[in-house]
Write a protein that binds this ligand. Sequence first.
Ligand code: HEC
Ligand SMILES: [Cu+2]
Length: 334
Amino acid sequence: MIPARRLGLLLLVAAPGCAGPRNYLGATGGPIAGKLAGFGWVVLGVALAVVVAVTGLLVAAIARHRHEPEAGGEPRRRGRGLGWIHWGGMIIPTVILVLLFFQSLGLLEQLAAAPRARVTIRLTSHRWWWDATYLAQDGRTLIPTANVLHIPAGEPVRLELETADVIHSFWIPALAGKTDLVPGQHNATWIQADTPGTYGGQCGEYCGQQHANMMLTVIAEPRAEYERWLAAEAAPAVEPAGGAAAEGAAVFAGRACAGCHTIRGTMARGRVGPDLTHLARRPTLAAGLLANSPANLATWIAAPQAVKPGAQMPHVPLPADELQALLAYLQSLQ
Ligand code: HEC
Ligand SMILES: [Cu+2]
């Protein structure tokens, strides 16, 4: 038996995993989530019933045969207990698994049948961040952003999934189950958030050192608000008029940053890291690891490898005045 105190400790560790943004069993964010949660409960119920039944039988068998001599008694009648093996070991499990299999096939088909979406986002996973490109309805005009998706609430949104390196998995527990992003393959899925709100996501397939810090945020908002966001996001960066921000722009262009990052409307065209055109409007930094505050931005630029060891952004040594100017510039990217 596990002592009560240790059991309590175990529950204390396990319980936080049962609530919050990664709890798919309580997911009610949208139509897909609801169906998956329903099925999740069915599977959990069946599994629990099996565990209880098997444990019960085991305990009963032990209790019944406790006092039997170990060996040398009457030889057992051959074939005794075979019924238990046939029914309990083969027929009943097969029936349960076949029923669950067909139910999950039906569910898969329902989920795969994506409704027509007015919004399509191409999501490309990188170790350890998300590159998002909004595709216009004619498939052309591209609006790149990163790590934070805005979507209109109450509408299906189509996602085209690709990866730039290894296998990752797209997962917004409150909205939809996982869909892998596989090298050389184009996957598609869809999500829908019934009500406006912020939904946390997480890479769902182990992809290396910073897998746990490869988060994604979905902000669902009323359509008018979404359209305002999209229009602002489509605009190029406003060139700073002068002062520290203008000096920072020069630092950005001259110090490796521009080789890895794009700031639309400037000469910075790098594609190795996230698009920073409207960085200041994003709520997070480093794929959800930090809130986007001036202090966190300073910490990140000064020492990305201390904040997110292994991240594909190197430490770029900068004199203090250049760092301050650079921060002023990045904060001006509204
Ligand atoms: C070798 C390529 C490279 C260089 C050089 C580089 N970065 Fe990055 N940067 C990245 C990558 C990759 C990420 C994503 C890291 C992650 O979240 O795992 C990133 C992330 C960022 C972010 C966070 C963006 C977000 O939305 O999460 C900021 C801000 C940033 N870089 C600014 C800079 C600045 C300023 C410089 C120059 C001092 C710079 N970077 C130099 C590759 C680079
Ligand atoms: Cu991962």
